[in-house]
Design a protein around this ligand. Structure first.
Ligand code: ZN
Length: 278
């Protein structure tokens, strides 16, 4: 239980997947003198496995943890990388501070433990940290000949960001992409226009591997399917708004199924509000 799957994706990139909890991905990227971790997991017990694996494999310290966005399944395990600087977009910290007063408060965590007593011990290990380094549009981490490029997206959530490791041609999308899933257009702070321009940016890069926030590693052809789908959704919603139609009469194209039915309801509530300027 709580075992993550560890895969050497390229000579300098390790991807870890938590098959038990939402197929979340986290990764370790070895630059010349240190490692940058991309995302943590739901629990510190998961993140510790990634830490031990990459520190041993590369014989380097973890200097930075880049958090792609403020969803708990990518953030709650971050304490396992204690000692490393936490990097995120400038929109990340304020969200976390707000969550700590609401859905991440002690009261809510106590309720979580009560509803899932089998996980109480690992929930108790969660210590949430705010970023020590924030960036607005982009942030390049480099040492010698290696570089990891971080970019703000604002697609899936207002704080969503992604990373590009040119040396091994790998992109890490956070939850802008969940491979073989209906896109998680579930956060009302997200911006579909930014989402589309993020994917267009990635499509223009030299990329062999795309590590999504959830699901198996894919290539640009799969990202293009998602890009085309979101562009189609945008047109459908804009046309429906201009014709005075509601969200129940859309002629949706075939796509990968949503993880839950509520995703569609929420996505269209968000898209209609966004493009109606509400
Ligand atoms: Zn997620």
């Amino acid at each position: 239980m709580y075992l993550v799957e560890l895969n050497d994706l390229t000579p300098r990139v390790v991807v870890a997947r938590d098959r038990e909890f939402f197929n979340v991905n986290a990764a370790g990227v070895a630059l010349e003198k240190f490692i940058v971790v991309v995302d943590s997991f739901l629990f510190p017990i998961h993140s510790r496995q990634l830490r031990e694996y990459v520190e041993t494999k590369f014989n380097l310290p973890i200097k930075y943890v880049f958090l792609t966005h403020s969803d708990g399944d990518h953030v709650f395990g971050v304490d396992s990388f204690n000692g490393a600087d936490i990097i995120a977009s400038q929109y990340f910290g304020p969200k976390v501070k707000e969550f700590l007063l609401g859905k991440w408060s002690k009261k809510e965590f106590d309720a979580w433990k009560e509803s899932e007593p089998e996980h109480a011990d690992v929930i108790d290990e969660i210590i949430i940290h705010t970023p020590t380094i924030e960036f607005e549009k982009e942030c390049f981490i480099s040492d010698g000949s290696s570089k990891l490029e971080l970019y703000h997206s604002g697609g899936h959530t207002s704080c969503s960001s992604w990373a590009y490791f040119p040396k091994d041609k790998v992109v890490f999308t956070g939850d802008d992409l969940a491979s073989y899933d209906w896109p998680y257009i579930s956060d009302f702070t997200g911006n579909p226009d930014n989402w589309i321009s993020t994917f267009e940016h990635i499509m223009a890069l030299d990329v062999d591997f795309i590590v999504p926030g959830h699901g198996v590693v894919v290539d640009k052809s799969h990202l293009k399917e998602h890009l085309d789908f979101i562009v189609t959704l945008r047109s459908l919603v804009k046309d429906a708004i201009s014709e005075g139609k509601g969200k129940d009469n859309l002629d949706l194209p075939e796509f990968y199924p949503p993880a839950a039915e509520w995703q569609l309801e929420r996505a269209f509530t968000h898209l209609f509000a966004f493009y109606s300027g509400r």
